[in-house]
Design a protein around this ligand. Structure first.
Ligand code: BES
Ligand code: MN
Ligand code: ZN
Length: 497
């Protein structure tokens, strides 16, 4: 929950607090907005001219105590040309709208109407989603506020529309998704002294209250299964590794599930191949893949998605220690394949190797999608705008690309192939865990592919998108909660009965 935000509905007639309205290019207002702003006379046109405001998308005009209107402030947000507005643009406008409400305000009303007229129910949902995501902040460890940063403890935001009761149903979906994104953001932002594997597993277990079936496997259980690749990564930590399996049984009884798999390295020091200290604190977020899977399961369960979904996350801490794994060690993964550890900092793929094999064997899923902050190299290739996509299945890859265009969480496909696969062959074992400097993200994906058999599979390398996320209109946090909206969309578009 974005603490402090109370989001509700009202009618157009019930304006309270700061009023936010939208207009298209050339100050084109919808009918309800026009009626409400009529008492202003030509004030609006004069203010717009003075501020050179013309309704460009994302721009805003801010009028304090407008005479004739009983509001402390009127904010006009431009939508630009409306013909071009997609779902993700409307989510963004929700973020812009809330962003323009001053921090000290306790109440605001946002008109769900564009220049062309009232928004449809699902568009109102998108708008609300944007408001919720923009309201998020991670401040639970702040005991003081800086001067001039005074903020109201609670802000009530009402979305005004013609028939609030009719929207109520369409509302549940975006709120479920927002809760999932917020959960993912919280998990990623938490420091590693608080969120170690055991605590992460406890928080994931909280999904039980939504009807998700949650199992937590401890080290003994994983040993029995032969998960030496995953366990080797965690053996230098005082915190016991955990594997969490979450199942949402919303689909047809007995139908094969879709499966999501997350890298959950709660802290990645590099292990014996220790990382340089510069920026190492960011490695508290090396569990963003797992956080996304938990957030997604929360969203699917909260909106009662009609799908059988499995989420599996491998939770470990990668530390240097007398008991830690060494470069040169050889481990036998659950699948029976052996891996030479040449760099203990290439640990995520080891966790995923056992997870992928386990989920594939146990659940026979329709597809597997894994998410991992896997390689620094993906940031060199793609920056922070796109996640890297690798797949053995063109249909699944295309669906992901399309879902990304819809939600704005975009993915870019990179190649796989036998020439790359060769680079991880080892002299002493079946494979080694790094393939050298060139094509680092690709060789990491090749290792994963050796554990997925023929099952349709996609790997999303989210090292660039999930951490230190670009600041946008719908995210002002270090962690965007990347992937929850993308995968929810994928499921909704193709895999619900
Ligand atoms: N968790 C890191 C990747 C990473 C780096 C994520 C920066 C987010 C920001 C991963 O475990 C790692 O250390 N990868 C190495 C692999 C190398 C040793 C082959 C890397 O990318 O340098
Ligand atoms: Mn690492
Ligand atoms: Zn890592």
């Amino acid at each position: 929950m974005p603490e402090g935000l109370k989001l509700g509905f009202a009618t157009f007639a019930r304006v309270r607090g700061v009023l936010v309205v939208f207009c298209a290019e050339n100050l084109k207002f919808g009918p309800e907005t026009q009626r409400t702003l009529a008492p202003l006379g030509n004030l609006l046109r004069r203010a717009a001219a003075a501020d050179r405001f013309a309704g460009k998308n994302g721009s805003a005009l801010d009028i304090i105590a407008p005479s004739g209107l009983n509001v402390p402030r009127l904010i006009v947000v431009g939508t630009g040309k409306e013909g071009e507005l997609k779902s993700r643009d409307i989510v963004k406008l929700g973020g812009v709208a809330l962003g323009k409400v001053p921090a000290a305000a306790t109440e605001a009303t946002i008109f769900a109407e564009f220049g062309s007229g009232p928004l449809k129910a699902d568009q109102i949902g998108d708008l609300a989603l944007g408001v919720r995501l923009r309201a998020y902040r991670f401040d639970r460890y702040k005991t003081k506020r800086k001067e001039g940063e005074e903020r109201a403890d609670k802000v009530t935001v009402n979305v005004a529309c013609a028939n609030p009761a009719a929207v109520d149903k369409a509302w549940q979906r975006p709120l479920a998704i927002a809760d999932g994104v917020v959960l993912a953001r919280d998990l990623v932002n938490e420091p590693a002294n608080v969120l170690y594997p055991g605590e992460f597993a406890r928080r994931a277990s909280g999904l039980k209250r939504l009807g998700v079936v949650v199992e937590v496997l401890d080290v003994a259980a994983m040993k029995k299964l032969g998960m030496a690749a995953l366990l080797g990564v965690g053996q230098g930590s005082v915190h016991e590794a955990k594997l969490v399996v979450m199942r949402w049984p919303g689909g047809k009884r007995g139908a094969d599930p879709v499966a999501f798999i997350g890298k959950g390295v709660c802290f990645d020091s590099g292990g014996i191949s220790i990382k340089p200290s510069q920026g190492m604190e960011d490695m508290k977020g090396d569990m963003a893949g797992a956080a996304c899977v938990v957030g997604l399961m929360q969203a699917l369960a909260a909106r009662k998605a009609r799908v059988n979904a499995v989420g599996a996350i491998g939770l470990v801490e990668n530390m240097p220690d007398g008991k830690a794994q060494r470069p040169g060690d050889i481990v036998t993964a659950m699948s029976g394949q052996t891996i030479e550890i040449v760099n203990t900092d290439a640990e995520g793929r080891l966790v995923l190797a056992d997870l992928l094999h386990y989920v594939n064997k146990r659940f026979k899923p329709k597809f597997m999608i894994d998410l991992a902050t896997l390689t620094g190299a993906i940031m060199v290739a793609l920056g922070q705008e796109y996640s890297g996509l690798f797949s053995n299945d063109d249909k699944l890859a295309d669906r992901l690309i399309k879902a990304g265009e819809t939600t704005g969480e975009r993915v870019w496909r990179l190649p796989l192939g036998p020439e790359y696969d060769k680079l991880i062959d080892s002299k002493v074992a079946d494979m080694k865990n790094t393939g050298g400097r060139f094509g680092g993200s690709i060789t990491a994906a090749q290792l994963l592919q050796r554990f997925v058999d023929k099952t349709p599979w996609a790997h999303l390398d989210i090292a660039g998108t999930a951490l230190g996320s670009p600041q946008t209109d719908i995210n002002k946090s270090w962690s965007a909660g990347w992937g929850v909206r993308l995968l929810d969309r994928l499921v909704a578009d193709h895999y619900e009965r």
